[in-house]
Ligand binder design. Structure first.
Ligand SMILES: CC(C)(COP(=O)(O)OP(=O)(O)OC[C@H]1O[C@@H](n2cnc3c(N)ncnc32)[C@H](O)[C@@H]1OP(=O)(O)O)[C@@H](O)C(=O)NCCC(=O)NCCS
Length: 211
């Protein structure tokens, strides 16, 4: 399945099936990955390879970085995400995008008992005013945008940011604000942009730095 982000120079590949590349992948020696982790890892790398092929890159190797971030081929940025029903990857040339963040979530994952851990006061206030159905969708959306933002910003800043360190801009979810001084918010990450859509019952968030 291809999702059309290519007008923005972003190439993607998503699948709802397990792709077994385990005999070809750069797994760490003596890894202790569970079956689920192996399956996610393999399918995520498969999506990344299919997305890279759209940029003319064949048979790439995408090792696991120290911080678990994928190490993309020279001149490429990208991001991978898996949830139980869908896995995907997005890639672009680093001359077009400074970084990319992708997150896929099943709707309804962020139950109200998690709200204090993952949402700021403003976000909770916004969500509280919604109908029960909208709460389910929009709480998942905000959570997913924050996870995608983390994957966008981490390769650039090498900084850990907690869920309460960032806030989604309301009402149209077009950007993520960083609320803490631990990273330079005047740097390019301040110009982040959210692209958001749903596919096969999942919400998909993409963060980049272009409109
Ligand atoms: C890293 C994190 C965002 C991954 O999200 P997840 O929901 O557990 O899992 P997903 O399937 O969506 O994404 C996993 C993929 O993210 C990528 N990833 C992991 N760490 C990463 C990092 N530091 N930078 C960029 N990408 C990263 C990997 O490609 C990984 O898949 P792989 O191991 O098969 O290569 C999450 O585990 C985490 O640590 N979150 C806490 C920080 C946070 O989200 N803050 C929010 C406010 S900024």
């Amino acid at each position: 399945m291809k999702i059309n982000l290519s007008k923005k120079g972003i190439y993607s590949f998503f699948t709802n099936e397990f792709a077994n590349l385990l005999d070809k992948l750069p797994l760490p020696p003596n890894h202790q990955f569970s079956q689920k982790r192996l399956s996610d890892f393999s399918t995520g790398r498969y999506c990344a390879l299919r997305a890279l092929e759209q940029l003319g890159i064949q048979d790439a190797i995408i090792p696991i970085g120290e911080d678990r971030a994928p190490i993309w081929p020279e001149g490429i940025v990208g991001s991978i995400s898996h949830c139980d029903s869908l896995t995907g990857a997005i890639v672009a040339k680093s001359s077009d995008h400074i970084s990319l963040g992708l997150d896929i979530e099943e709707i309804g994952r962020v139950t109200p008992d998690l709200w204090d851990l993952v949402f700021t006061e403003n976000e909770k206030k916004y969500l509280s005013g919604l109908s029960d159905e909208d709460k389910l969708v929009q709480s998942t959306a905000i959570f997913s945008i924050k996870e995608a933002f983390y994957k966008f910003q981490h390769p650039l800043t090498k900084t850990f940011l907690d869920f309460l360190d960032v806030e989604v801009v309301f009402p149209d979810f077009i950007q993520v604000n960083v609320l803490v001084d631990s990273i330079d918010t005047n740097s390019v990450i301040r110009n982040n942009r959210v692209i958001f859509f749903s596919e096969m019952g999942c919400l998909i968030a993409v963060i980049t730095n272009i409109t």
